[in-house]
Design a protein around this ligand. Structure first.
Ligand code: PEP
Length: 251
């Protein structure tokens, strides 16, 4: 849309050492930077200080892939929003389907994390999306509605408008089976209507909603051509500098 800045976010998942992360940053600097497109690299915690430093003076932003909802405490192995903000991290992926599936993140936990992100001045990239069985049962929209409403509960309208939502059908993640742009746009348009109902029309028009699931340099433009799709959350294709640059150019 003309009024929403497209946003490409790379989700590195559990890949790259610090050395590899810095080499990536050196390659994409000045290239994965285009006026009118926001570019965010979401990396493992261990890479974040080096990446913030490597992207200093560029327009590329750094994101984490998770946070704990408490500020501090006896939560061995966890990282809080305070700690991420302290590093200069600006974004945080919340509720990725891999975390919901393997780390038992419920809608309630996701909501606490979204609230914690805003408490510390981080922008959440909230992931929602249906499983294959749910799609086949015709439950896609209902699943996305429930996840979205739960995750955004308790936010101010201003916070809701700043949230980035990533619609990621789980069957399309890492499988090479992407949703058609038509189908993705239909669900994303529905999610926008859910945000309008929960908040208001102005918030719904401002909120950016990405598509995620096997997005590649050769299909990004199909998604970007759709009115309600404001960018992409990209796993596999965000790992190689040339591919990441092509995705930002494609947006
Ligand atoms: C993701 O991890 O959010 C994702 C969409 O992965 P991929 O692009 O590899 O399908």
């Amino acid at each position: 849309s003309v009024s929403r800045t497209p946003i490409i976010a790379g989700n590195w998942k559990m890949f790259k050492t610090v050395k590899e992360a810095v080499a990536f940053a050196d390659e994409v600097k000045g290239k994965a930077e285009l006026a009118g497109v926001e570019s965010v690299v979401c990396a493992p915690f261990t890479n974040l200080p080096a990446l913030v430093q490597a992207f200093q003076g560029t327009t590329i932003k750094v994101g984490a892939q998770n946070l704990h909802f408490e500020d501090n405490g006896a939560y061995t192995g966890e990282i809080s929003g305070i700690m991420l903000k302290d590093l200069g991290v600006e974004y945080v992926i919340i509720g990725h389907s891999e975390r919901r599936a393997y780390f038992a993140e419920t809608d309630e936990i996701v909501n606490k994390k979204v609230l914690a992100a805003f408490k510390h001045g981080l922008t959440p990239i909230l992931c929602v999306g249906e499983k294959l069985e749910e799609r086949e049962a015709g439950e896609t929209k209902e699943v996305c509605r429930v996840q979205t409403v739960a995750a955004l509960a308790g936010l101010t309208a201003e916070q809701a408008a700043q949230t980035v939502i990533a619609y990621e059908p789980i069957w399309a993640i890492g499988t090479g089976k992407s949703s058609t742009a038509e189908d993705a746009n239909e669900v994303i348009s529905y999610i926008r209507s859910v945000v309008a109902e929960q908040f208001n029309g102005e918030v719904a028009q401002a909120v950016r909603i990405q598509y995620g699931g096997s997005v590649k340099p050769n299909n990004i433009s199909e998604y970007m051509a759709k009115a309600d799709i404001d960018g992409a959350l990209v796993g596999g294709a965000s790992l190689e500098p040339a591919s990441y640059i092509a995705l930002v150019e494609g947006a």
